[in-house]
Write a protein that binds this ligand. Structure first.
Ligand SMILES: [Zn+2]
Length: 361
């Protein structure tokens, strides 16, 4: 990763993009992709896409998709004492919420809040087993002492918030922070567009549309809207997946995925046999290690929203292994990131004018 790419990555991760409020992050993504793509467009709800025209109009159009939103919180209630009650945006984990700093996006700009944490000395009945709090038990202290002071700070019910934690590199090629799910996906697909246009490389025959879709964390709605609009011939979806190589994870239930072991391919459901096969061939040729995952019902990603659109869009999910998903220390391996970029780029270059991905009957 060079300096420009690293600056873009950190900027993207630091820009808040909670579901339903993705515009600031989308602007950063569009500014980077505009330098490499033929055009960048967006729809009514803020999904953005960057198109790189292929050499041939007869070649299939490939959509590469990653969701742009991150999980977060919303102000649900303002108490008369000036505390805020929270609703979760997506699957925010109440078990790790107490004692954290929040950025709340109010009418007068960003307001700092602290999720209250009653001291351990006062929290437990002697001998009682402590349970994780329910989301409605969390409360936020913004330093106000009345509902009026909250109002004066520009905060009302319905304002969004994310944890204040930023990204940080540590160890050997590791990156941790909030929002890596799936802001790092937006970074990767933007990088793929940049790779495809890099100097002394010919344009691929196929047109490639990189899509940064809104509202995945609550049901894949941005992906639905944009797949219906663009109706590509095939689609590669990129999201994060659970690395299961930390203590206490049941491999019989959750499978085996290693951080640093390379991208995963998922088999079954929306993952089209011919597209997955091509990805495997391309990975083998390029020497990219691949891990495998099983999907017997749904992938839990935007793939589920895209593949059955219209008459069917042959799709495949590529996943980046991640530890500690939906926490402020979501952790990925930056070598895995580069391998995903290489795999997606090589796949797009492999698609020929005559390629049609369908199940032969
Ligand atoms: Zn995700």
């Amino acid at each position: 990763m060079n300096k420009t790419q690293r600056t873009f990555l950190f900027d993207l991760l630091q820009t808040p993009s909670p579901t339903g409020f993705e515009a600031p992050g989308q602007r950063k993504w569009a500014a980077f992709t505009r330098k490499h793509a033929d055009r960048v467009e967006s729809d009514a709800y803020g999904t953005a896409w960057a198109t790189l025209d292929g050499k041939s109009k007869q070649a299939p159009t490939i959509m590469i998709e990653a969701h742009a939103d991150e999980i977060g919180y919303m102000v649900k209630q303002v108490t008369s004492e000036g505390f805020l009650r929270l609703d979760r945006i997506g699957g925010s984990d109440a078990a790790t919420a107490r004692g954290r700093r929040l950025d709340i996006f109010g009418d007068n700009g960003t307001v700092r809040g602290i999720i209250g944490n009653t001291a351990i000395h006062m929290r437990n009945d002697p001998g009682a087993q402590e349970k994780a709090p329910k989301p409605e038990q969390l409360y936020v202290d913004i330093g106000a002492t009345s509902a009026k002071q909250v109002e004066e700070a520009g905060i009302r019910v319905g304002h969004a918030a994310v944890y204040a934690d930023g990204p940080e590199e540590f160890g050997k090629n590791k990156l941790s922070g909030r929002a890596l799910d799936n802001r790092i996906g937006g970074f990767i697909i933007a990088r793929v567009i940049a790779e495809l246009t890099s100097k002394n490389q010919p344009r691929p025959p196929a047109t490639c549309v990189a899509v940064n879709a809104v509202q995945e964390e609550i049901g894949g709605y941005g992906a639905k809207m944009v797949a219906y609009r663009l109706m590509p011939d095939l689609c590669l979806v990129l999201d994060v997946t659970h690395a299961t190589d930390t203590p206490g994870i049941d491999h019989a239930r959750h499978g085996e995925v290693t951080l640093g072991g390379g991208p995963t391919l998922t088999h079954g459901t929306g993952n089209h046999i011919a597209v997955v096969k091509r990805l495997q061939e391309v990975a083998k040729k390029a020497g990219i290690p691949i891990q495998h995952e099983a999907s017997s019902r749904a992938t839990g990603t935007d793939t589920d929203s895209i593949y059955h659109m219209n008459e069917g869009i042959p799709s495949a999910l590529i996943s980046l292994p991640m530890r500690y998903m939906h926490s402020v220390v979501e952790t990925v391996d930056l070598e895995d990131v580069e391998k995903v970029i290489s795999l997606m780029t090589a796949f797009i270059r492999s698609v020929k004018v005559s390629d049609r991905f369908s199940v032969k009957i």
